[in-house]
Structure formats: structure tokens, C-alpha cells
Design a protein around this ligand. Structure first.
Ligand code: ADP
Ligand code: MG
Length: 666
């Protein structure tokens, strides 16, 4: 039997059940790994108390009853007794209940020996398992008892025993050479052996080595995809630009401050890329406020100096607008024409040297036929997918992606593994300190007093709320609800409202007045989360701060501390819940540390979910726990591609690599 064969020897119903979980071949079935294991050499003792972890019990059914409430509803209950009979303390029996699952009564009956797995509840003084996983023990069967037994996810038409028997048979009959993966990442550990150990281990600990072998394979394929994409990108026809630096120098000398060393280093890396014949494909990674925009500006000026056009894609309209204002301020004196194109506005796009916009639609503009540089201000919002589109234009433009997402280096390797990376690891000098305080249910009068003090010295303030409007289902403050109250409390100053449900023109107008200090207080939602830059605003109060994730709080706080003034971030919490999380914000301002804490608090699934989705699902690997393997996988992938750049000797691997690239360009 070969791994590629279909499962024709199964009944149609069984095949259908497997197809539903994506299994069609022998090899795919072998990759249906157990979701957990039961050590059936040693069962748990019947409990005398409820609670605690799930237990795995073995018992004899001594009684059964079908309870009905009305025509359709009801439950089936069986009483289990520990083998050897109840003990003298009166323990040793337990009830199992299945609600509205009449078929169970046809499967479990008095006299059966069963294994159940679940949590134990106390129902009126009796020990009860509700909806336990269960299996009937049939004598003389070494696959299902008296050993470590695999438990699989449910497959319709195939009970656990049947799956186990199938697996055992496949492991026996499959030809080992047909099991070869796209590439053998570990010759000393045959795949067939790893499959055996994952399905029928002698001890549960044994499964980890096997899982890691498959995880390494998975990371390896991912790295091959990433490197393959990168090699294809490098083969594209690019252009050398940026030899002339008149504008760049002029701009540099017009700046009232010096660039940070990190900015200079990054600009140099960008210049080298742009001058090279191959298209630039670079990631500029820097925490909020590290000054990414100026690096982008330098790059764009070089494109213009070479007679070309440059575009900047921003994730939101407010940001596009803000970038446009910044660019106009610095570049108009140099005679460079900057256009703006958002859903709301279309400004001076005729003959623009630089175009700033919110959408990929800027690439479809006819007047933009000399486009040679694209800057993507990614800030979480654009995925890897959108980037692929750019590669499809005639001569590939130089691409610079900016991100403020602080992620560990190994993750960068994976998510942005096809890009060269420049890092801004330094904040511009002359910034005021940010003090962060966590307050549980602070007195509004005291907050007001503090805010008034800051307003009197001429500063501006953000008040951030989790909701736009009041809601019946979510108990939290809303911007619309609190706005009139703050207007009254701070009546000597101009207070305005800003949230995502407002019309685009209205948002622009509110931001413009805040920027111009015509408005001193913004009552806002997270619309201000990304990129907004008003250096005179130095206070942010975040209400119901416990409702935000750490990464989001970090982004929000990044809006202050942008000028020379000392800044204050007050995280107001509704109760004790989540205060621990908020304390992390008070302890550090370092995006990387916050990201790490976020990963620990929320778990990788939540945090990485969206990032990961761009690269396909991981079946065996765990992104964080297995991070050491990413490096190893990268090394392996590098080696393979160095020796066989077109993967001619590895057709299967090549297919995988090409599929990976296809996805990216779609
Ligand atoms: P981010 O990396 O968050 O996008 P920006 O590029 O928006 O950061 O810059 C944040 C603020 O810092 C802006 O007000 C900008 O004018 C200022 N800035 C950038 N670079 C420097 C520098 N080298 N020295 C002083 N201020 C700077
Ligand atoms: Mg920015």
C-alpha cells in the first residue's frame, strides 16, 4: 500500500466522514494525529469529590435509565461501578449522562465495560459526568486497552476503535518509501518510525520527539516557500535608481533636527537597495515614534530625483491625510508635488511626483505611469497577501514595507522572511518622558483637575473610550455618551468628538482642528490608534483600559510622548480584573517587551492568529514553543536551495514552493 493511494478499501460512509476532515489518501489518514492520549494501563480512581481535571475511568455499567422531558428532550444515564466493586468508603460508583443524544442508549448498556473521559460534577450529592467521551471495552484487544491509547478527533462514521484499527493496519502495510515527505529533514529518524510513535507510543512522552520531527518539516516547507518567493522576486527585472541625491541633500539640510543613527543606517540600506539592479524588497521595522516616516521620505525623494514617481499606501484615511500634510510641509519648499487620494479626497493627483493614498487603487491610476517606488505603511492592517499584487507590475517597483508590530526575530523570519530587514531601534532625542499610571475607578473630579492643569500649560489631551455609542450588551463607556459630560467639565476649552462612524470629511476636519490646536481635547475611539502624530498632545486617558489588548494600548499610548513635554498616560480600569495586564504598560514602554507579555497573557493563538493566517495553517508546529526550530528550518532551507536553486532534484518540494508563491500573488 502506498501513501498516495486513495482509501477505496473503506466503506463509502467511512470515506465520506474522512473526506469531511480533509482526509482522502492513506498518507493523509496517517497525518490525522491523535488529539490526546489515554494511558489505559493505569486508570484514575473513581472520585469521592467533584471538580479538578478531567478523569479517565474504567468501569462496569450496572444500571441505566432513560429520562424524558416532553417529546424530544431528555437524557440517558448509566451508573458505572469501579471494577472490583465499590469500596468500603462508599466511593467507586459514578453516573454518566448524555442529554438529547438518544443514540448513546443503543451503544451503552448494562453489563458493558466502558472507559469514560470527562470532568466530574456534583449533582445533588452524586458524582456525575455529563457528556463524557466513552468507549466500550471489548475483550482481548491489545490495541485499545492496557497500553497508551490514541484518542482522535471525531470522524463521522468512524468510531475511535475503528480509526485505531485502521491506523494500525496502515502503519503495518504502508510502504516506507512512499511516506517520504517533500524533503527528509532528519535522516536519522525515519518518518515511518515517527508515525508509529505518534499513533501508538509506548509512553506519552515519546510523542513529543515525533511531533517535533513533523513540526520541523512544516517549518522547513514554510521557509522554502518564503525563500522561493524571494528568489523569484530577485529575478524580476528591477531598475537602478537614486544615483542623484540633490533633493535628498536639500531635504536633509532643511530638517531642524538630525536623523537618529538608526534612521541614517536604514536610509543607507535603502539607498543601496534602490541603486541595485534588483528590485528592493525591504521591511522597515520600528516601534511607534521611532521615525519611520522620514526614512520613507528619503527613499521617495530619491525616486523623484531619478525622474520617477513614488507612492505611499496608508492603512487609514486619517493617516493618509496626516502623511500628506507632513509630506507637503517638507517637500513643497523643494518643489516636489505631493498628491492625495483617499475615499474622501482626491487632491493634486495630476502630475504628482508622490502620491499618498489609502488603497491599492493608487496603482491603477493612469497618471501614475512612472511609479518606481511603493512604500506600504503597514501598521498591522495590510497583510502579506496585498504585497504580492505589487510584484505583478511590469518592471517591479522598489518596495519598502513599514511596520510597528514588534515581533520576535524568529517570527519576522517567517512572516517577513522574504524581505530584507532594517530596524529602527532608537527613539529620536529630545522626547519628553511618558509616565503611565494604572487607576482603578478613579474619581472623575480628580482626573478633571489633573487635565485642567495640563490644559492650562497649553497642552492637548486625548480621552479614549472603547465604544462608539452606549450599548446594552457591553458594560463600558462610550465616546458619544461621555462627550457632552467632558464638554461641560472642560468648558473653558474646545472639546471635540472623533470616531469611526463619522463621515470621512468630518473626521478630517476634526483632526485638522486638533492638529492646529483649535481644539484642545479629543474624545475618541481607537480611530486614533495608528500613526496619529500631534506632538503638543501629551496626555491620554484610556477608559475601561482593561478592554483593550496590550498591543493596542501600546499603539494608543504611542500617540503621546511625541514632543518635548513630559507625557502622561492614565489607564483607568473598571475593576480589579485586568489590572495585572495594565501594570505591564506602567512598567515598560518597550514594544518588544509588551508584545512578549501579550503573547504570554493572551496565548499565541489570539495574537498570531491573523498574522499566521497569511501563511497557511500550522498543523503540528506551535509557533512560540517551537521557535528554535524556525532557525533550524531556515538553515536547512537555505542549504537545499543553495545546492539546487530551482529544486530540480526535489520535484515535490518545488511544487510546494510554487503553490506558496501562487498564493502570495493571488
Ligand atoms: P513612526 O515610526 O511612529 O511612524 P514618525 O515617523 O511618525 O514615527 O515620527 C514620529 C515623530 O518624531 C514625528 O513628529 C517626527 O517629526 C519626529 N521625528 C522623526 N525623526 C526624528 C528625529 N530624528 N529627531 C527628532 N524628531 C524626529
Ligand atoms: Mg508612522
Amino acid at each position: 500500500m502506498r501513501a498516495q493511494e486513495s482509501l477505496d478499501f473503506l466503506k463509502e460512509k467511512e470515506r465520506e466522514g474522512l473526506a469531511k476532515v480533509g482526509v482522502r489518501t492513506v498518507g493523509e489518514l496517517l497525518q490525522l494525529f491523535p488529539k490526546r492520549y489515554e494511558d489505559r494501563r493505569q486508570f484514575d480512581a473513581f472520585p469521592a469529590q467533584a471538580g479538578g481535571d478531567a478523569l479517565c475511568l474504567r468501569g462496569i455499567v450496572i444500571d441505566s435509565v432513560q429520562k424524558r422531558f416532553g417529546a424530544k428532550k431528555g437524557y440517558y444515564e448509566v451508573v458505572l461501578e469501579e471494577p472490583g466493586g465499590g469500596n468500603v468508603f462508599g466511593g467507586g460508583s459514578l453516573s454518566c449522562r448524555w442529554f438529547n443524544m438518544p443514540f448513546v442508549s443503543k451503544m451503552v448498556a448494562v453489563g458493558h465495560e466502558v472507559i469514560v473521559y470527562g470532568r466530574v460534577k456534583d449533582v445533588g450529592g452524586r458524582m456525575v459526568m455529563e457528556h463524557p467521551e466513552f468507549e466500550i471495552v471489548e475483550g482481548g484487544d491489545s490495541l485499545h486497552v492496557d497500553r497508551v491509547v490514541p484518542i482522535y478527533r471525531g470522524v463521522s462514521g468512524l468510531p475511535q476503535r475503528k480509526i485505531r484499527e485502521l491506523m494500525a493496519r496502515l502503519l503495518e502495510e504502508v510502504e516506507p518509501d512512499s511516506l517520504m515527505a517533500s524533503y527528509d529533514v532528519d535522516g536519522s529518524y525515519p518518518r515511518l518510525e515517527a508515525f508509529r510513535e505518534i499513533h501508538f507510543p509506548d509512553a506519552i512522552e515519546q510523542t513529543e520527539a515525533a511531533r517535533r520531527r513533523f513540526a520541523l518539516e512544516e517549518f522547513f516547507e514554510m521557509q522554502v516557500k518564503v525563500l522561493w518567493r524571494r528568489m523569484r522576486h530577485d529575478e524580476q527585472e528591477g531598475r537602478s535608481q537614486g544615483r542623484k541625491t540633490t533633493l535628498l541633500k536639500e531635504f536633509y539640510h532643511s530638517l531642524p533636527f538630525d536623523l537618529t543613527d538608526a534612521q541614517k543606517r536604514s536610509v543607507k540600506e535603502v539607498i543601496d537597495d534602490m541603486r541595485s539592479e534588483r528590485a528592493m524588497n525591504r521591511l522597515l521595522q520600528g516601534d511607534v515614534g521611532s521615525g519611520k516616516t522620514f526614512v520613507a521620505l528619503c527613499a521617495m525623494l530619491m525616486a523623484v530625483d531619478s525622474g520617477n514617481q513614488a507612492a505611499l499606501m496608508a492603512p487609514t484615511q486619517i493617516l493618509a491625510e496626516q502623511h500628506w500634510l507632513t509630506f507637503c510641509k517638507w517637500l513643497e519648499p523643494l518643489g516636489v508635488k505631493v498628491g492625495l487620494l483617499t475615499g474622501a479626497r482626491d487632491e493634486e493627483t495630476e502630475n504628482a511626483d508622490i502620491l499618498i493614498g489609502t488603497h491599492a487603487l493608487i496603482f491603477d491610476r493612469a497618471e501614475f505611469d512612472r511609479l518606481s517606488l511603493v512604500v506600504i505603511d503597514e501598521q498591522h492592517k495590510f497583510g502579506v497577501l496585498q504585497r504580492g499584487r505589487l510584484i505583478q507590475q511590469g518592471i517591479a517597483p522598489d518596495v519598502l514595507v513599514m511596520t510597528a508590530t514588534p515581533i520576535p526575530r524568529t517570527l519576522t523570519l517567517t512572516i517577513y522572511g522574504d524581505l530584507d530587514v532594517s530596524v529602527l531601534d532608537e527613539r529620536p532625542a529630545g522626547r519628553g518622558k511618558i509616565v503611565t499610571g494604572v487607576r482603578v475607578k478613579p474619581k472623575v473630579s480628580e482626573v478633571t483637575k489633573f487635565l485642567k492643569g495640563e490644559l492650562e500649560t497649553g497642552r492637548q489631551i486625548y480621552l479614549v473610550f472603547p465604544l462608539v455609542e452606549e450599548s446594552d450588551s457591553v458594560k463600558a463607556l462610550s465616546a458619544v455618551g461621555e462627550f457632552p459630560k467632558w464638554q461641560k467639565r472642560l468648558k473653558d476649552w474646545e472639546v471635540e468628538l472623533l470616531h469611526g462612524k463619522m463621515a470621512p470629511e468630518e473626521k478630517d476636519a476634526v483632526m485638522a482642528r486638533f492638529r492646529a490646536n483649535e481644539t484642545q481635547v479629543l474624545v475618541a475611539t481607537t480611530v486614533i490608534e495608528v500613526g496619529v502624530d500631534v506632538p503638543n498632545a501629551n496626555v491620554m486617558v484610556i477608559w475601561n483600559a482593561e478592554r483593550f489588548g496590550l498591543a493596542q494600548l501600546h499603539q494608543l499610548r504611542g500617540r503621546i510622548g511625541r514632543g518635548e513635554h513630559k507625557s502622561y498616560c492614565i489607564l483607568s480600569s473598571d475593576g480589579k480584573n485586568g489590572v495585572e495586564k495594565l501594570e505591564v504598560m506602567a512598567e515598560t514602554n518597550d514594544g518588544f517587551k509588551i508584545a512578549e507579555a501579550d503573547l504570554i497573557l493572551r496565548g499565541p493563538g489570539e495574537v498570531l492568529g491573523t498574522i499566521q493566517s497569511g501563511l497557511g495553517e500550522l498543523r503540528f508546529a506551535e509557533f512560540l514553543a517551537d521557535v528554535d526550530m524556525v532557525r533550524e528550518a531556515r538553515r536547512l532551507a537555505d542549504d537545499v536551495l543553495k545546492n539546487d536553486p530551482l529544486l530540480e532534484g526535489h520535484p515535490l518540494l518545488r511544487k510546494i514552493a510554487e503553490e506558496g508563491s501562487a498564493v502570495m500573488v493571488a
